[in-house]
Design a binder for this molecule. Structure first.
Ligand SMILES: NC(=O)c1ccc[n+]([C@@H]2O[C@H](COP(=O)([O-])OP(=O)(O)OC[C@H]3O[C@@H](n4cnc5c(N)ncnc54)[C@H](OP(=O)(O)O)[C@@H]3O)[C@@H](O)[C@H]2O)c1
Length: 275
């Protein structure tokens, strides 16, 4: 498989989603986010991952519009936050997000976390938005296998994406296999372990391939068939993180990275959503 910066996967409903995107969690509203998004689009990224929680949707929308790229060439994901969940409140939250983005429609809308007792109603609102043509694809985030099974037991439209924490210390093989079987695209957040790149194997592989540890990690995600959204607000790192299409990790090196797994999360446990 020859990948490039604008390579896409096909989602269950046939639409294309870029394999690489820019994450903007903790990018500040205003210049910081606008400059990061502008740098990413210039470097060839064609997807941006935001959320109502991040409080930077306005800046994402402004930077996308300022880029001069046709709207349909940029894939925008946003998410409904936990306090906004429920059927009517999700519809309202979506319209607030869309207004802040100012992008006419959203490409992918996600249920941010599986809030107990709420996520099914929330997802039902996403189905409505999808059927009304306001979002091109819908999905979930931080769903474990049991959440997906529960949701799929009653939903009308299968989630197209599940965005979860994933990196070499948390490889999530059973979830990855489950999603592959179901045709649900797995997307990894915190792909760079939030910058904790001081791992001897990653440095060894970086030396071997003439790349940086961050590039080794991003390539590992891509070769697993996972969509990934590394975050940076620094243009040189944004370019570095996209410069991963001129080499290929061998199967053996992929397996060595898999071997770092400790089932260790840096973020919250989706079974303990009390926020
Ligand atoms: N669905 C969810 O619940 C959820 C949760 C968390 C995150 N996310 C999404 O996933 C995205 C990525 O995850 P994340 O932001 O948590 O973590 P990440 O992408 O693993 O790491 C980001 C950190 O790594 C640094 N960094 C970036 N590129 C680097 C490089 N080449 N070399 C060294 N350090 C580098 C960044 O610093 P600088 O910015 O200073 O470069 C930042 O501190 C988020 O932005 C967000 O869009 C989703």
């Amino acid at each position: 498989m020859n990948l490039s910066v604008d390579s896409t996967v096909e989602l269950l409903n046939g639409i294309s989603m870029p394999r690489l995107g820019l994450g903007v969690w903790r990018s500040k509203q205003g210049e910081e986010t606008e400059n990061a998004v502008a740098a990413a689009l210039q470097a060839g990224y064609r997807a941006i991952d935001t959320a109502s929680l991040y409080e930077n949707e306005e800046s994402v929308g402004r930077a996308v519009r300022a880029s001069g790229l046709p709207r349909e060439q940029v894939f925008i994901t946003t998410k409904v936050w936990n306090s906004e969940q429920g059927y009517d409140s999700t519809l309202e939250a979506f319209h607030r997000s869309l207004e802040r983005l100012g992008t006419g429609y959203v490409d992918l809308y996600l249920v941010h976390w599986p809030v107990p007792g709420k996520y099914k109603e929330t997802y039902r609102a996403l189905e409505t938005l999808y059927e009304e043509g306001k979002v091109r694809a819908i999905g979930v985030s931080n769903f474990l296998i049991h959440h997906l099974e529960d949701l799929m037991g009653s939903c009308r439209i299968k989630p197209m994406v599940n965005q979860v924490e994933m990196h070499p210390l948390l490889t999530r093989k059973p979830l990855l296999e489950f999603c592959k079987r179901e045709g649900i695209q797995l997307e990894s957040w915190r792909p760079l372990m939030n910058g904790r790149l001081d791992v001897s194997l990653l440095q060894e592989l970086a030396d071997k391939y003439g790349k940086t540890p961050a590039q080794i990690l991003i390539r590992w995600h891509l070769q697993l068939g996972v969509v990934t959204i590394p975050k940076s607000v620094r243009p040189e790192r944004i370019r570095e993180n996209a410069n991963v299409f001129d080499f290929r990790l061998t199967r053996e090196d992929m397996e060595r990275i898999d071997g770092l797994n400790e089932d260790r999360r840096f973020g919250a446990d989706p079974d303990q959503v009390d926020f």
